[in-house]
Design a protein around this ligand. Structure first.
Ligand SMILES: [Zn+2]
Length: 203
């Protein structure tokens, strides 16, 4: 498995292109980018778009990908409606109005198979009610739940600090060797965060 990180958009949310064999998935396409030239390097067949949550800075590029590749888009069932809604996707508060028209499929917690990818879907509410983490092989895509030495804010609509704490307890029980690819900033590991992240240390 290979992971390519592209910080996109005005708040530089990390978009991840994950490839394995001749297959690719995109996690959190927060703005437009040249996906086709990345896919041509394999060449890789794009299988799906996975969303860690529906905030504007993680979703703005979804429609362009679906238009050109007709792939399914997966998100927590409670955030399907956020994609179209500029208040719930927080774009109205920070940016211009973002409204995604592509249909999205509801994720289920647990194991999900997509082509060569075996994905563990973890619902980790707190930053938003439908925040989700994905474990693929030795990587955890943590969205805005867990950052290097920090965590996502809980003061946006549907955020909850109590739920965030429960989600962090869950993440801190994962394998120390897991590489964490967060929604913003550099990658880290679960073990490093358990030693250095003040929010995990204070659980
Ligand atoms: Zn967010």
């Amino acid at each position: 498995m290979n992971v390519k990180t592209l910080p996109l958009g005005p708040v530089q949310a990390n978009c991840y292109i994950v490839t394995k064999g001749n297959h690719a998935i995109v996690i959190d396409p927060g703005d437009l980018f040249d996906l086709d030239s990345i896919l041509a390097q394999g060449p890789y067949t794009l299988e799906a778009v996975l969303l860690t949550h529906a905030h504007f800075d993680h979703i703005k590029g979804v429609d362009a990908i679906v238009r050109s590749h007709s792939v399914p888009v997966y998100i927590h069932p409670q955030e399907v409606a956020f994609l179209k809604d500029p208040s719930l996707n927080a774009s109205v508060a920070f940016y211009d109005r973002v409204s995604i028209q592509s249909p999205a499929l509801p994720l289920q917690p647990g194991r999900m198979n997509l082509a060569d990818f075996e994905i563990d879907v973890l619902f980790t509410p707190g930053h938003s009610c439908g925040s989700t983490c994905f474990i693929i092989d030795n990587a955890l895509f943590s969205g805005d739940t867990l950052f290097q030495y920090s965590i996502g804010r809980t003061d946006l609509p549907t955020g909850s600090f109590m739920e965030m704490k429960e989600s962090l307890v869950r993440l801190s029980s994962l394998d120390d060797q897991l590489i964490v690819y967060p929604g913003h900033g550099p990658s880290t590991t679960i073990g490093m965060e358990k030693r250095m992240n003040p929010y995990l240390l204070s659980l």
